[in-house]
Write a protein of this length. Sequence first.
Length: 180
Amino acid sequence: MTSPGFRPTHVVPRRGMPAWEAPDPARPTTPLDGLLPVELVERRGDWAYVRCSNSWGAWVDGRRLVAVPEDPPAVEGPAGTGDPLPLLGRAEQDLADYRSAVQERAAGALDGEDFEDRTRGLRIGIVVDGESMWLYDAEEGRWVYGDGRRLTTYATDREVTGDEDAGHAPTRMAAPEGER
């Protein structure tokens, strides 16, 4: 469930990043998944306090966050990239596959290694805020913004060239961690 007022301002680097309970490296917490949309709440030097869509927050190395455009791309004109239903269907199937693996793991039908094999490669990301939606397209390595009618590229982890489909809106390159 998305917390009220959540507006992603950044994306976690592709390979994920460590997180801390406080701006103190001695107090680690659960790391953040790659390409997770987060909202920057506070900065203290290189430290950044971020909030996730479920209201969970943590301190991270703010220098590594990837900024996303302040506003969603406009979808009034030809910049929309198509129907959101196929991508939503893929996300729904991936979530069902993950849920099935979790149920089998909880029932003891899968051990840790089998669970890891079943879930390897699954990557799902969805933020829904009223009429606005941000959805991770794992096949294309990008986040898209949707208004319920069509999708527009919001952020990508792939190289952007001038030869790309003219139907895509300008994107913000999310460079892999080692390439900055």
